[in-house]
Ligand binder design. Structure first.
Ligand SMILES: Cc1cc2nc3c(=O)[nH]c(=O)nc-3n(C[C@H](O)[C@H](O)[C@H](O)COP(=O)(O)O)c2cc1C
Length: 176
């Protein structure tokens, strides 16, 4: 089974990428490919730019990498209650190629932030709209207070309840 995991963020120190990677690695007997969204650069979307350049190369590669997966682990970063602009922009380009961006692959949706909100707002937006975009959600978890919960040096989760929720989410991808 191949899992494609990513944080919906272009930050080089993305805590959502760390969370998605950790959770994907909990899936038994899986090969994990972690995407770095900074590798899928696209111009700012406008219909004029689309007329000028056609489909954006970065969005084509993003969709191709998703298509190569048997399952997805995505962790959504939150900027002012929504997707970070860079992710929304890549996503918009991708929807112009295929609205079902997540391709009906079994998926775990996560979200984390350093604060007490745990990026719940963006996670809600992503889960509520999943049906329009081929999101086939098997489990979703918001992780608040990331730096209290996650030890980046040892790549471990310090909070037992969150560790269990993430383990159960990973298991939901395989039905085990
Ligand atoms: C412009 C901006 C807006 C933010 N807005 C929110 C927010 O609405 N809710 C929240 O929980 N965190 C917010 N944060 C903090 C992010 O959760 C934090 O930067 C986090 O590291 C982003 O995830 P990433 O590291 O995966 O990119 C914001 C950060 C920035 C830079």
């Amino acid at each position: 089974m191949k899992i494609v995991a990513f944080g919906a963020s272009t930050s080089q120190t993305s805590i959502n990428k760390a969370l998605a990677t950790y959770t994907a690695q909990l899936v038994e007997d899986a090969e994990v490919q972690v995407l770095n969204l900074a590798d899928y650069s696209v111009p700012i979307f406008s219909e004029q730019t689309e007329k000028d350049i056609g489909q954006a190369e970065g969005a084509k590669r993003f969709l191709a990498d998703i298509a190569s997966a048997d399952a997805l682990v995505i962790s959504f970063a939150e900027h002012n209650g929504h997707y970070p602009a860079a992710y929304k922009n890549l996503f918009d380009w991708a929807t112009r190629i295929d609205r079902k961006v997540y391709a009906d692959k079994p998926a775990v949706y996560l979200a984390t932030s350093p604060g007490p909100g745990g990026a719940k707002s963006v996670l809600g937006a992503a889960t509520q709209s999943a049906g329009f975009f081929g999101g086939n959600i098997k489990a979703s978890v918001s992780v608040a207070n990331f730096y209290d919960v996650f030890d980046l040096e040892t790549n471990t989760v310090k909070n037992e309840d969150i560790a269990l929720q993430l383990k159960q989410a990973a298991a939901a991808l395989t039905g085990k």
